[in-house]
Design a protein around this ligand. Structure first.
Ligand code: ZN
Length: 284
């Protein structure tokens, strides 16, 4: 019985082994022909069991998973410190969820986090992750202004800008092929993009338009978006980080003003400066 069993199991294993070998040979021949110029072995990746992601056809589910891994690295990298102030985090989350619901991608699970950093900045990555610096919260005069920045960052997610940028970056680094990009390489690029790379001009304008529509639909006074940018621009001295990582400010203001109806610009929630000050009182 046991002999019979081992005979069958050897035959089975042999078959399986041949199958695997021929698959690998077929793959390596096929892949080498398709992409002779890439500096790493696809056979190696396959043997290591690496997961390859196709960025041009990435699903929401894959995007969310990748975003979670990028977020984990951002939070654990030591480069940013997530605030433990629950009051402030839940305030930003409240604003963020209100906007997310009326955005063009309402079904993503959004996470809004406050970063302990005095510089005036905000950023986002794929899959619904938005980060707001405490310095930016202090620089805003009211909730409509803060909401305009949150809406702009959601706009980057709606426009899938991080995925597009990741693709460009991966091509530049030679780590993408017809088969896709290795998951670990994708996470590394995602972290670098979120923390260090400015968005393109084109993506900024698009995020502004998405953001403006979003804050209007969520019931905020749209003037907040223009007044906040104008304030930062007029601040003088050193350029706030938000503007240096978000280029072409005066042109952005002009483009936004074109979309603002003076009759309704100040209609909506979030213009009570005093109420805002008391909500963020625990920051100072
Ligand atoms: Zn931006």
């Amino acid at each position: 019985m046991s002999k019979l069993f081992s005979f069958f199991s050897w035959r089975f294993r042999k078959k399986w082994l041949y199958g695997l070998l021929s698959l690998l040979i077929a793959l390596s021949i096929g892949l080498v022909n398709v992409m002779p110029s890439y500096g790493f072995s696809w056979l190696d990746l396959i043997l290591r069991g690496a997961q390859v992601i196709q960025l041009s056809t990435i699903s929401d589910k894959q995007e969310i998973q990748l975003g979670k891994e990028i977020n984990q690295q951002i939070v654990n990298s030591g480069n940013v410190r997530i605030s433990r102030n629950e009051q402030i985090n839940s305030y930003v989350n409240e604003i963020g969820q209100r906007l997310a619901k009326s955005s063009d991608r309402p079904d993503l699970p959004y996470t809004f986090q406050v970063v302990e950093d005095r510089s005036i900045n905000a950023f986002a990555t794929m899959g619904g992750f938005v980060y707001i610096h405490t310095g930016l919260m202090q620089a805003a005069d009211n909730e409509a202004e803060l909401a305009s920045v949150v809406g702009h960052e959601i706009g980057h997610i709606v426009g899938r800008h991080a995925i597009k940028q990741m693709r460009q970056q991966a091509i530049a680094q030679g780590v993408i092929s017809a088969a896709g990009i290795d998951r670990n390489a994708a996470v590394q690029i995602g972290v670098d993009l979120a923390l260090r790379r400015p968005n393109s001009r084109e993506d900024e304008f698009e995020a502004d338009q998405f953001g403006l529509t979003n804050i209007k639909q969520a019931g905020y006074a749209p003037i907040g978006m223009v007044s906040f940018m104008q304030k930062l621009l007029e601040k003088g001295g050193s350029v706030p980080t938000f503007l240096s990582t978000h280029p072409a400010t005066s042109e952005r203001i002009k483009a936004l003003e074109k979309k603002l109806d003076p009759q309704t610009a100040k209609v909506g929630n979030g213009l009570d400066n005093q109420a805002y000050r008391s909500r963020i009182a625990s920051l100072s």
